[in-house]
Each structure stands twice: as C-alpha cells, then as structure tokens.
Ligand binder design. Structure first.
Ligand code: XIL
Length: 471
C-alpha cells in the first residue's frame, strides 16, 4: 500500500514536470539533491565514518568534500575507542575526538560516539594491571565512561555504550572469553555501563551495538538473545534507548534486509530505536577488478533494500555505512572482502549510491515516520550541541554548487550549462538502463520503456539528479 501510494505520487509529479505544467524548467525545479538532504527531509540520519586517515590529515581532498555534503551523522573509525581516549590510566586524550566534534558542529552533522565498553581495542594497561579484579575493573570502567561521556556532554548525540558483548556460538550467550570486562566483572558490566553513561549525559541516546544481528530472530540466535536482554533492561529501568546492528555483510546475504525489518519490529514493541551502524556489502577479495555491471547493480539492489526497510520502519533513525570510498576500507585491510561502499576508489558514486537515492525518493517525507523530535532537524546557525540538527554552515561547498540544468520533453533530454556531460539513467530499482558521454545540448532517450526513472547529469564535480516519467 505504502509503495503504491509513493510511486503514484512520484508518477504524478514527474508527469507534471515533464509536461511543463509545473516547475520552472531550467532553474530550481531541477535543483540538485543529495542523499543527506533527502534523509534530512525525512527526519532521518544517513552517515559514514571519518576514517583514521582523515584524523591524520592523510586523505584525498575529495573525502571531506563528499563527506560533509552527503552525510548528516558521523562516527570516528577508531579515535573514540578506549585505547585512543585513555591510553594510560586516567590520562585522557581527546585531541582527535575534539577535531571530529568541531568538524561535525561546523557542518551540522550529528555525532555518534563509538565505543565505551568493548572487549577489543582496550588499552593494554587494563588487562595487565587489573585482569580478574572485579572492583578495580568496575572503578576503571566507571571512570572511563564518566570522563569520556562527560567530556562530550551535549556534543555526542548517541553512544555505543556496549559493543559486541554477545558470543558467536549457535546458542547465543554473553562473550565469555577474551573480554576483560566480562571475565573480571560478569554480565553486570553492561547494566552498569548504561547507568554510568546516562548519569554523565542524561540527554544522550544509549545503544547496545553488535554484529550478525542481521542474521535474524530465531531460537538461539544473537538477535533473539539481544531482544531478550533489551526486555530485561527495560523492565529493570536500565537506560537503553537504541540497538545498533552493524551489518557487515556480503553480496550473497540476500535475506538480511528482511531480517533487519523483523528486528526493528521486535524492538518497536519495546520502544527502542534500531540503527544500522556499520553497513558494508563486500565482494570476495579475489573478485576485485573482475566485477561486472550486474555485480554492482546487485550490490545497489541490496543497499536499496536496506534503505527501504530503514525508511519504512518508524523506529529506525540512523543509516551508517562503515566507510565512504573503497580506497579506504577495513574490508580490504582486515576482512578479505572488497568494494563494499558507495563510492569507488576514485570517489565516483557507484550504482549503490543511486539506489539509495531512488529509495529515498520513493518514500516521500510525508510517509516516513521518525523516532526523533522535529526540532532536531531545524536549521540553526548557532549550533551549540551535537543534537541540534543541520546548521546552515558549509553544507553545500562551492564545488558542488552546480550550473547544470536539464529538462525533459517527450524523450528528448535537454541539458544546459555543460559542454561534455555524462548522462546516466536508472530504473526505480537503481539499475542503470541508459548512459551517454560527452553530451552537449540534448540527448534522445529512445529505447527506454514507459515508466519512472532517475536521471543523473554530471560534468566535472557538478552533478544534478532528477526523477522523470517516460510515457
Ligand atoms: C574497525 C576499524 O575499521 C579498523 O580500522 C580497526 O583496525 C578495527 O576496528 N566493528 C566495530 C568497529 O565495532 O569498531 C570495527 O572497526 C569494525 C567492526
């Protein structure tokens, strides 16, 4: 029902535009759009990490340009983890985290904090000084959470309070080995972590975050175990507000979007938000260089299905991808996978980018519910907190502002403001159906069947997208 309505509205407005009944043709009727703008209109957040290379000023200039234009929520890849923020006992280092918060504030981007209590990337001194000593470990964890959350109070909107505390066994239970917190304290470290984080910033959202939750709700599954814990936490007044499903998946994992939908529905019953926190959809590493258009279209289709679920479930808030460009991704470095992100190694958007845009457009803002208050999405020049929504500062850098415009009349696409444009047309599933290079003036879209399409025109860094109906 929702889809039927959405598509008929798009068809209606696109038909009006293409026949010239409404719209101003060459000017604002074809204003450029970003996935950030579309997410914001729907009162949702779309984001990606700042890679460690960004913190070290060792990344291409395109990275930041695209990052702040296309995304409105950000996470540090490694720089807010325990070993980065408290490398020595009670000696805190917030330099890199502060750099990110400053960048986020200047660009109207919400900040996720990642991660407070995790078995991995804990500073070495914790185990070497205190392994197995319950009271000491409780004091260490409490101090860490108080200092870190306290430092970022009002600036970090949401914390991954506990990360990956469930094991990988068939009968899910707490991770009981290689976890200094669990082995020394027991499962109560989780409850305490949430309580301490809430005391340090009562307005921050507090998440439990884990991987493989997208494998579904089944007897003994990780997702079912987590839902049971959330029930217990809520019943006991533990201040959890969200669950993060990391969603590091592979191209073959075709059922996972629907598993995420089922998890969202189960958490909605408990009044808890579900966020996609670390999405990537990797190909096997050996396939690099051999991937076909059909492979990228399949990846786009999966991205789109995740975005569809995200927009259709009212208790989902953030859609975060673990990386921006395939040039900088933990998949290649550590996972034996490759090419899982929205932009290729040359910062060109892949079909997955277009699929996400198509999904956003197919779900009009009027039909997308949000778990957040409207005030979060108001424009504000003077933004004092990370919770404050979009500032108007530097959201659209000059390089992205475009002189391009386009108009469709019948099957003729007229383009102004370009000497050699690249034109791409996609169907509503995000699959490429037409492409032309070096277009000046106009191009005929002869072979397209009747229907709805997305058109993208690009020249250099200028880019314009528009939906149309071909009749
Ligand atoms: C990864 C980073 O991307 C790597 O740079 C680092 O070496 C290891 O951690 N789940 C998480 C993230 O919660 O923190 C991990 O990030 C990826 C898996």
């Amino acid at each position: 029902m929702k889809h039927t309505l959405s598509f008929s509205r798009i068809a209606f407005s696109a038909a009006l535009i293409s026949t010239g009944i409404i719209g101003t043709g060459f000017s604002n009727a074809f204003a450029d759009e970003t996935i950030r703008d579309l997410a914001k209109e729907r009162h949702r957040f779309i984001g990606t990490i700042l890679n460690s290379e960004w913190f070290n000023d060792d990344i291409e200039p395109e990275f930041e340009e695209i990052h702040k234009t296309q995304f409105n929520v950000v996470v540090a890849e490694n720089e807010m983890k325990f070993d980065a923020t408290e490398p020595n006992e009670n000696e805190f280092n917030f330099t890199k985290g502060d750099k990110m918060v400053e960048y986020a504030l200047a660009n109207g981007i919400r900040v996720r904090g990642h991660a407070l209590a995790w078995h991995s990337q804990v500073a070495g001194w914790v185990s070497s000084n205190y392994a197995g000593q319950k009271d000491k470990l409780l004091a260490v964890l409490k101090n860490h959470i108080e200092k870190v959350v306290g430092h970022y109070k009002g600036q970090v909107a949401e914390w991954d309070v506990v990360n990956e505390a469930v094991n990988d066994d068939y009968n899910a239970d707490w991770r009981s080995t290689n976890s200094v917190w669990y082995e020394g304290i027991g499962a109560e470290f989780l409850d305490s972590a949430f309580v301490w984080a809430h005391a340090a910033d009562p307005n921050a959202e507090l998440c439990y975050n884990d991987y493989s939750l997208e494998w579904g709700l089944r007897e003994g599954s990780k997702a079912s175990f987590v839902v049971e814990q959330v029930k217990r936490w809520k019943a006991n007044g533990i201040p959890i507000t969200c669950v993060g499903t990391q969603t590091h998946i592979e191209i073959a994992h075709e059922t996972t979007p629907q598993n995420v939908r089922a998890l969202a529905k189960a958490l909605a019953e408990l009044d808890v938000t579900l966020n996609i926190t670390e999405l990537d959809i990797g190909f096997p590493k050996g396939s690099a260089g051999k991937l076909t258009d059909a492979d990228y279209a399949k990846q786009g289709h999966l991205y789109r299905q995740f975005m569809d679920v995200f927009l259709e479930e009212p208790n989902m808030g953030e859609f975060v991808i673990w990386g921006l460009t395939d040039a900088h991704s933990w998949l290649d470095e550590q996972q034996g996978k490759t090419e899982g992100l929205l932009y290729d190694k040359n910062y060109k958007p892949k079909p997955a980018y277009d699929s996400i845009m198509v999904s956003l457009k197919a779900h009009p803002a009027s039909e997308v519910k949000s778990p957040y208050p409207e005030s979060l999405f108001k424009d504000r020049m003077d933004c004092q907190t990370g919770n404050c929504g979009d500032s108007t500062i530097a959201i659209k850098p000059a390089a992205i502002a475009t002189h391009l415009s386009m108009q469709i009349a019948g099957r003729t696409l007229s383009i102004a403001g370009a000497n050699a444009a690249k034109v791409d047309v996609f169907d509503v599933q995000g699959r490429p159906v037409f492409s032309a290079k070096n277009v000046k003036g106009f191009v005929k879209l002869q072979d397209l069947a009747e229907g709805l399409y997305m058109i993208r025109v690009r020249e250099g860094s200028a880019s314009l997208t528009k939906r149309i109906a071909i009749r």
